[in-house]
Design a protein around this ligand. Structure first.
Ligand code: NDP
Length: 252
């Protein structure tokens, strides 16, 4: 992990939940963390308690559903910090939408953020690493247990589909990097339920329902710990996937 102290990490979706926890964990380990989100004030607020951490936070307003927005962010990073050494593709949204009645605009929104935004950020980060001869860069996708199992509820089909796409894109990226003889590493973290704002956008009060069902649930810091584990492995080890489920998980 020491190798990344002083290096530049871009964390997308750093304004809340898992992304905020990852940004904090990286700041504690001395990285320069670019925290990208639309609600940039929340990125700043979340890091206030970490004033004494050795790392430096660069809050950056940006929307990963817009290619132009992503390119602007990478341009800013290149001009101000040199480039991206570690990319954490965390920004993601979940919406309820049945395959039989769902709105096309809603499906596009999920795919724009969870799949295309992640892909554009990945491409730009890899190019930034290759341009600067950075051979120990790292790309981590925050996927989901739903990238590994089939939908339990058809309402979340497009969200599941987006996370299955993340898994496929990761393996494509790994093979692409191997073919280039690059030592840049990539991996994904696949969490089960985590208590975050992700549920706030859902029409049903899903979080309350889950809590009433006494559904076990993890905290964002648990996922940040897995990111640190992945980054801490020696260069010869590439942890490709970490599946984290709450103990006693009731989901099949
Ligand atoms: P939150 O809703 O708390 O966080 C989502 C983050 O993504 C926010 O910081 C939000 O920032 C950002 N985001 C959303 N849309 C955009 C956009 N267009 N551009 C830039 N940033 C955006 O949820 P989580 O922390 O739970 O979600 C983080 C990741 O974890 C997601 O990829 C999610 O799929 C995944 N995950 C979550 C699980 C859970 O149970 N919570 C389980 C498994 C995976 P802002 O709105 O300020 O732009």
């Amino acid at each position: 992990m020491e190798r990344y102290a002083g290096r530049v990490a871009l964390v997308t979706g750093a304004s809340s939940g898992i992304g905020a926890a990852i940004a904090q964990a990286l700041l504690r380990r001395g990285l320069k963390v670019v925290g990208l989100a639309r609600r940039v004030d929340m990125v700043k607020e979340n890091a206030l308690e970490l004033k004494d951490a050795p790392g430096t936070l660069y809050p950056l307003q940006g929307d990963v559903s817009s290619e132009e927005g992503i390119l602007c962010a990478f341009k800013w990073i290149k001009e101000n910090l040199g480039g991206v050494d570690v990319l954490i593709n965390n920004a993601g949204i979940c919406r309820e939408s049945l395959p039989s009645t769902g709105q096309t605009a809603e499906w596009k929104r999920i795919l724009d953020v969870n799949v295309l935004g992640l892909s554009i950020c990945t491409r730009e980060a890899v190019q930034s690493m290759l341009d600067r001869g950075v051979d120990d860069g790292f790309i981590i996708h925050i996927s989901s247990i739903f990238g590994h199992i089939m939908p339990l509820d058809p309402l979340y089909s497009m969200y599941h589909a987006s996370k299955h796409a993340v898994k496929t894109l990761l393996e494509g990226l790994r093979k692409d990097l191997v073919a280039r003889k690059s030592k840049i590493r990539c991996g994904e973290i696949s969490p089960g339920l985590v208590k975050t704002e992700l549920f706030h956008a859902l029409k049903k009060n899903t979080l309350e329902v889950l809590e009433n069902m006494r559904m076990p649930i993890m905290e964002s810091e648990d996922i940040a710990d897995a990111v640190i584990y992945m980054l801490s492995q020696p260069p010869r080890v590439q942890v490709c996937d970490i599946i984290l489920r709450p103990t006693g998980d009731l989901l099949n």
